[in-house]
Write a new protein. Structure first.
Length: 146
């Protein structure tokens, strides 16, 4: 399990708006390269983003499904990059001091659950998610400035 928290100096609604923008997913999620398509109802529960993930020339087409969307407080996703992995990702947004604390928890899911017991993989996930939250903050800041 990888858990990250980041304070963002914007209201929860700005962070939510960035999360709700399917095109932005390709930027803020580290490892996601291209958004090929997204359901018009994104991020409603059951909706999906179809993306390409990868590093360098290695690319995989898969999808991320919204499992729960409680605007502007909580978004739970099932992110897929098979055969490399599937993870349940929960983003919780809490208003604090005029901004938002975003807590991101990522757990390997399905047959990949045992990967939660591999410390180097969890350290890698925590580093990747720290960068993802920085990028999400950048998108939220742009929304407030616009």
């Amino acid at each position: 399990m990888a858990t990250n928290e980041r304070f963002m100096p914007v209201p929860p609604e700005a962070v939510w708006d960035a999360l709700a923008d399917a095109d932005g997913y390709g930027y803020w999620v580290v490892g996601s390269k291209v958004i090929r398509d997204a359901d018009a109802t994104w991020p409603a529960a059951g909706s999906k983003i179809h993306h390409t993930v990868g590093l360098g020339p290695l690319e995989l087409d898969d999808e991320t499904e919204s499992l729960e969307a409680v605007e502007p407080h909580r978004l739970q996703l099932r992110a897929k990059g098979r055969p490399l992995g599937v993870a349940k990702v929960t983003l919780e947004l809490t208003a604090k001091d005029g901004g938002t604390v975003v807590r991101m928890v990522e757990n390997p899911d399905g047959i990949y659950r045992p990967l939660a017991l591999v410390p180097p993989l969890q350290a890698f996930s925590a580093l990747r998610n720290a960068e993802s939250l920085m990028r999400l903050e950048e998108l939220a800041l742009r929304r407030v400035a616009a």
